[in-house]
Design a protein around this ligand. Structure first.
Ligand code: HEM
Length: 328
């Protein structure tokens, strides 16, 4: 498969839907991420309205992160991916969709199942059947009694926009589960890892918690959780737009392997153009708030062993980040 690897080439392709169709992304979902103009924009408006309506505020996120952290502080250690990043992402996504927090564990299982299929593994049919059943149940209850949450908006419509058909709702919720949980968890984990392994950086963010946002941005730039997106050209040729390579293009990011939170160059971790990630703000806030909460409640944070790095086809990021925590 042909690959685009520079910042300029990837940006040009992603902002030119007339020549670079999103059709290959339809393997994940045809309704939004795999749609082209003119079908894409109305669904995008609906999803943007749903995400806005259910935005989880920073203090609510900090509350969830704090609850996850309390037992870990007592133990003095944590595995940041399984104990913090993944449950936080799943709980926030549950709130965003408007489903019971108790469903967070199921959402994690569903997200993993969708992401494994995106990497060409055989589908976990039980997980898919359970997810489709759960979505059908959520959608039916909102259809009869809309609550204004994310699922209600995509089911019933908003701002003059009709709601989606059951098949479309199923596709979209599958997309949100994988897009919202699996990627965000990787971002939170890589952010914690960056600060745990760099004392100077840790001291700086302890001193100036607002700089947590800069660490998140540089984590996104250097190690974007989603490694590529696909596009199709007029002749049918599929190209991989390599976000990971573009984010390390020396023409756009001098000394690209260096982790430097003081960079201000725009990067491509969330894509570009009409499909640019509508969950970018949420993912950034989640990683920032988690880092701030962990630093506020510890006096020291350090690695307790080597972090395992996962590089699947589509996704990359730490698979496990063992940490030692000293409560403040
Ligand atoms: C660090 C975390 C995340 C990363 C790296 C990421 C990355 C991306 C990228 C690169 C795209 C563009 C795909 C393309 O052009 O084909 C995208 C689209 C999308 N993302 Fe995210 N995302 C993240 C978090 C989220 C979250 C938290 C949500 C939901 C709350 C979300 C929902 C979506 C949706 C619905 C789309 C499709 C948008 C469209 O096709 O118009 N993402 N994401």
């Amino acid at each position: 498969m042909r690959e685009l690897t520079t910042d300029a080439d990837v940006r040009a392709a992603l902002t030119d839907p007339a020549h670079y169709s999103s059709r290959p992304m339809g393997a994940l979902d045809r309704v939004l991420i795999g749609a082209d103009p003119p079908d894409h924009a109305p669904v995008r408006r609906l999803v943007a309205a749903a995400l806005r309506a259910t935005a989880v505020p920073d203090d609510a996120m900090a509350g969830i992160a704090g609850e996850l952290l309390t037992p870990l502080l007592e133990r003095g250690e944590a595995e940041a991916v399984a104990d913090l990043a993944r449950p936080l992402a799943a709980t926030v996504t549950a709130a965003q969709l408007g489903v019971d927090r108790a469903a967070a564990g199921d959402l994690l299982r569903f997200g993993d199942a969708v992401s494994a299929v995106a990497d060409g593994q055989p589908p976990d049919l039980t997980a898919f059947a359970d997810l489709d059943l759960a979505v059908a149940r959520w959608a039916a209850s909102r259809r009869s009694c809309p609550t204004g949450d994310g699922i209600s908006i995509v089911v019933t419509g908003a701002r003059g926009q009709a709601g989606l058909k059951p098949r479309e709702v199923r596709s979209l919720v599958r997309l949100l589960v994988v897009a919202g949980i699996v990627t965000s968890a990787r971002l939170s984990a890589v952010t914690l890892l960056a600060v745990a392994t760099d004392r100077e950086l840790q001291a700086r963010v302890r001193d100036r918690p607002a700089d947590a946002a800069r660490v998140v941005e540089e984590a996104l730039r250097r190690d974007p959780p989603l490694r590529f997106v696909l596009r199709q050209q007029a002749g049918g040729e599929v190209v991989a737009c390599r976000l990971d390579e573009a984010n390390r293009d020396p023409a756009a990011h001098p000394d690209p392997a260096r982790f430097d939170p003081d960079r201000d160059e725009p990067h491509l971790a969330f894509g570009a153009g009409a499909h640019r990630c509508p969950g970018a703000g949420l993912a950034r806030r989640q990683a920032k708030v988690l880092l701030q909460v962990v630093l506020a409640r510890t006096s020291a944070l350090s690695p307790a062993g080597d972090a395992a790095w996962d590089r699947d086809q589509h996704l990359q990021g730490p698979a496990a980040v063992p940490l030692s925590l000293t409560p403040s």
